[in-house]
Design a protein around this ligand. Sequence first.
Ligand SMILES: *[C@@H]1O[C@H](CO)[C@@H](O)[C@H](O)[C@H]1NC(C)=O
Ligand SMILES: *[C@@H]1O[C@H](CO)[C@@H](O)[C@H](O)[C@H]1NC(C)=O
Length: 400
Amino acid sequence: MGRGVNMESLGLFVLLILAFFHWTAASSADKITWSYSGLVGQSEWSEYFPECGGTSQSPIDVVTTQTKYDPSLIPVELPGYSQYGNLPFAMHNNGHSVIVQLPEWMGLGGLPWFYTAVQLHFHWGSGGPGHGGSEHTINGMGSDAELHVVHYNSDLYPNMSTAMTKKDGLAVLGILIETGEETNPGYNNIINHLSRIRHADKRTFIPAFDVQQLLPKDLGSYYRYNGSLTTPPCYQSVLWTVFHERVKISKAQLLKMETILYSTKEQEADRMLLQNNYRITQPLNQRVIFASFSEGSGRKLSSGEVTAIVIGVMCGCVGVAVIIRFIVKTIRFFKLLHLETVAVNSSTSSWDILHNNRPAPMPRTKETEQSQEKKTDLVVMTTSESERKEESSPSPQTKP
Ligand SMILES: *[C@@H]1O[C@H](CO)[C@@H](O)[C@H](O)[C@H]1NC(C)=O
Ligand SMILES: *[C@@H]1O[C@H](CO)[C@@H](O)[C@H](O)[C@H]1NC(C)=O
């Protein structure tokens, strides 16, 4: 009996100690300041946030030859995106990215559930164009930055904080951003106001704008897979939509994004630029990436590709025309040469000796000229006949 009680109390003691450690670990994880490199860098995340070491993590590299075409994947719908209203959007720097809060009437449709918009944020690199910055990559190729628009499953859950821990809780749109020649006016709605939130924890309001301007035109071509939040706590609750079409911003816009914000707070002595806030791609493991389009055939062409094809076809046509003209000319030349030789052979036998004067082709030219004259006469006659007919026909009508 006594021994049994001792064993029970020992068991309880161990349980209490375990619970205590679990509690301290959990509370420290809430406070832990993670980063992309350094003490609690990406490779250490899973020590403090176990889900970061899970088997369905994001981002991933999309290997297009291994995607599965799913014709049931319809274009995404963005109800409310363009009805942005006149209440300003809250924007803040959380030390990891710039976050814009979205109004709750914005939503995401065309998926198995209806999702309500929560926020959007960006990931970027450093060093300007061509130095990486996107989280997802396609066939190993990243781009300069990436936009994420986060939504929660409002068919099943009351709010973001409840939904984010559930397997079917979130839906995120991923947009790969690359550098082009022109300024993207949509992106200036955010970039032009970044200087107001340079330090971590700074907040501001920006005028409301049409968030759909930040998305690619083609909402029907995308990759879909089950993944996670790309920042701690890395909950594996995200149904991802990564668009096939990339969006372009100017080099100046990219450089502003990369160099205006700090990951440190205003009062901190050592300022650190907020750069390279992207996670490296994670193992796909057993997951399947579905494509809404079949590579090559099914997808719609961009305007650039259409222009290229039109120019290509036109050049091709001109080339073929030149070649045909050349062939026809060559054939004519050889025909003439043949006729000339025949004419020469049939003319005087003294040709071989008296090659100074070339009398032979003369009659032939005259003949053709004459026949051509005849032909033209014929044409003139026919036209004048028809003209006469036309002249004569309306006259009875004009009489009465
Ligand atoms: C989210 O919903 C849950 C359940 O209804 C509630 O307990 C919680 O307070 C809500 N959280 C927020 C941030 O509204
Ligand atoms: C995501 O996971 C759910 C539940 O396991 C599954 O029903 C669904 O088909 C998956 N979706 C994709 C795109 O893999």
